[in-house]
Design a protein around this ligand. Structure first.
Ligand code: ISE
Length: 334
């Protein structure tokens, strides 16, 4: 059996997903792509033998399209996700589910009225071998009850136009999602501290920042977001429990010891660091949909993460702790 997929958005992430679906995911076929820049959509369509649309809604309505992957800009996610729900088509939506809480709630409401989940949000770290091993060790109680979580999220640099609030909504959202997933707890408050500004950060960007999250069971989580660290893409985690610590640090790759020094590779960016995780995410999504189920990060996860991110963005300007208020979790999300 093959799943016929339509991809909305053929910018950087859309192309990345199309290449992976076409090249490395068995049982998947990209049959349509769309982009407001239709020339770009046509180029991608030609490479994989798909149809090209200028309007994502036409793609969703295409009878040949059985499932949809949304990789268009965040502010369009709500309308396309709602269209997929109206058409009863499973959808993998890149993060964020939507940039605003109200928009996320409209998606939750539409999906909660369905008999089964159709929406998955693209939090790909949950598919990374290292993060999975960290969660398995934490869940097995290897270090007792979790007390603290230290997260480091460093990018070598970011595209021009990247703003201080995007450090939260585009980058730290992953750490918010990992926190909730790893600990199985909601985040109830966020406080952001701006550090001394790196002279290498573009004018106006408050880089680096520290984000302090407080969870429902009192775990304190600190996230360093540093998006102009210069040296590579550096993701590190340390969970501190009552009897020990669990760390996720260096990535796979050969470590060399020679001439009195040791060294190893640092990934250039998130596509290199999380390439395998993106691949696993797509494979598991396709296989799940073919079996008739969607099991990855849910619309509830997308909503809760946006709610925490919004609180953190408010804290950036207020300079204060901001509490997170969540609605009741609909029964569909367990
Ligand atoms: C990017 O959009 C991502 O999703 C990456 O995982 C993250 O590390 C990066 O900071 C974001 O810009």
């Amino acid at each position: 059996m093959t799943l016929r997929i339509g991809v909305v958005g053929t910018g950087q992430m859309g192309r990345y997903h199309v290449e992976r679906l076409a090249g490395g995911v068995s049982d998947a076929e990209v049959v349509a792509v769309s982009d407001v820049y239709v020339e770009g959509a046509k180029q991608v369509a030609e490479q994989v033998g798909a149809r090209a649309y200028a309007d994502g809604h036409e793609l969703v309505a295409d009878d040949q399209v059985e499932a949809v992957l949304i990789a268009s800009p965040g502010f369009t996610h709500e309308e396309f996700t709602l269209a997929c729900l109206a058409a009863d088509k499973p959808v993998l939506c890149e993060k964020p589910l939507a940039p605003a809480i109200d928009a996320c709630l409209r998606v939750l409401e539409a999906e909660a009225a369905k008999p089964r989940r159709l929406v998955q949000v693209g939090f790909m770290r949950r598919y990374d071998d290292g993060f999975r091993a960290l969660k398995a060790a934490a869940d097995a109680g290897r270090v007792g009850r979790p007390l603290l979580l230290h997260c480091r999220h460093r990018n070598a640099d970011v595209p021009s136009g990247f703003t201080s609030d995007m450090m939260i909504t585009d980058s730290v959202v992953h750490d918010i999602d990992v926190t909730r997933w790893l600990l199985g707890q909601e985040v109830l408050a966020a406080t952001v501290y701006k550090a001394r500004r790196s002279s290498l950060a573009p004018e106006g960007l408050a880089d680096p920042q520290m984000v302090l999250l407080e969870t429902s069971e009192g775990v304190l989580v600190d996230v360093e977001s540093f998006v102009n660290c210069q040296f590579g893409y550096d993701i590190r985690y340390e969970l501190v429990g009552e009897t020990g610590t669990l760390s996720l640090g260096e990535t796979a790759g050969v470590q060399a010891r020679q001439e009195g020094r040791w060294s190893g590779p640092i990934p250039a960016d998130y596509r290199e660091r999380f390439g395998d995780a993106y691949q696993a995410e797509l494979c598991e999504w396709v296989n799940g949909v073919l079996r008739g189920e969607v099991t990855g990060p849910s619309a509830w996860d997308g909503y809760a993460t946006t709610a925490v991110a919004e609180a953190a963005v408010q804290s950036q300007t207020k300079g204060d702790r901001v509490a997170v208020e969540l609605v009741d979790r609909p029964a569909l999300y367990g």
